[in-house]
Design a protein. Sequence first.
Length: 356
Amino acid sequence: MKILITGGAGFIGSAVIRHIINNASDSVVNIDKLTYAGNLESLASIESNERYLFEQVDICDRAELERVFNTHTPDAVMHLAAESHVDRSITGPVDFIQTNIVGTYTLLEATRAYWNGLSDQAKKVFRFHHISTDEVYGDLPHPDEVESSEELTLFTETTPYAPSSPYSASKASSDHLVRAWLRTYGLPTIVTNCSNNYGPYHFPEKLIPLVILNALDGKPLPIYGKGDQIRDWLYVEDHARALYKVVTQGKVGETYNIGGHNEKQNIEVVKAICSILDTLAPKDTPYAEQITYVTDRPGHDRRYAIDATKISNELNWQPEETFETGLRRTVEWYLNNQEWCQHVQDGSYQRERLGI
């Protein structure tokens, strides 16, 4: 196939592209606006491959999208382009409304116009795969709030939406648009909702890369509130494998939740990073001494956890990395790629706190 991937210079998008180029025979057209979090250095290992092309395009630009579709004639779209940091959405929600809602609408309409012009056979093959987040579901009961473990439910594909932040609300809106374009226009769409990703090439505004880099620089390691917020952690390369399975084997109209089976409190994650760094990059004092508790994020969801039974049963996908192996690989990558870390922060972000 020829797959058009939006946001392919971002964290998850670049992982998907590297996976496809390195493990499949499909070709990829990557369109990315190259905002602060998009970096073509994340694709340096495959950029010269004859099956890969890059177009710098904003998904809100209908004319440019139409040009890309008409020029490259893709067989599928994987839509990953999004503003994704909750703290940034609190500080400046307008970018999230524009990219995640208006951008998704514009892409859907450009895709629909292109799809309507395909032959009947090509229409049947075509897929529009929308990649979303578990945050659209709101939060789940926390162990501190229940009397028994039986009350600790998980997100399923039928969990009602209850987004808490401008970010999750904008992603929920985009999910609804995608499903509406299937129901109303027949556009063959699939939706996936994932848990917290981590791994190489992650922009350092997110918890794990932020902690790694702050620790190495001797800076405070900020923990929101008590640090008891629980997330289900998914190694990004496992997610990339899942997404490729969905776009090639998933059923039109279905939703698939993708999780890592790794529920951890934020404080556990930070302490685990410190422990790995104590081994791999030892210094005179333990890294955990840099942990600092700060005022919590407004409206902070306490627990996310995904039930990934459906994708396991129907598409035979399971994560390969445990949290322990994935986290060690992640820390090792950041230790070995300090130049990339410096380049992505130059002039745009110096790990300051946002969303206060």
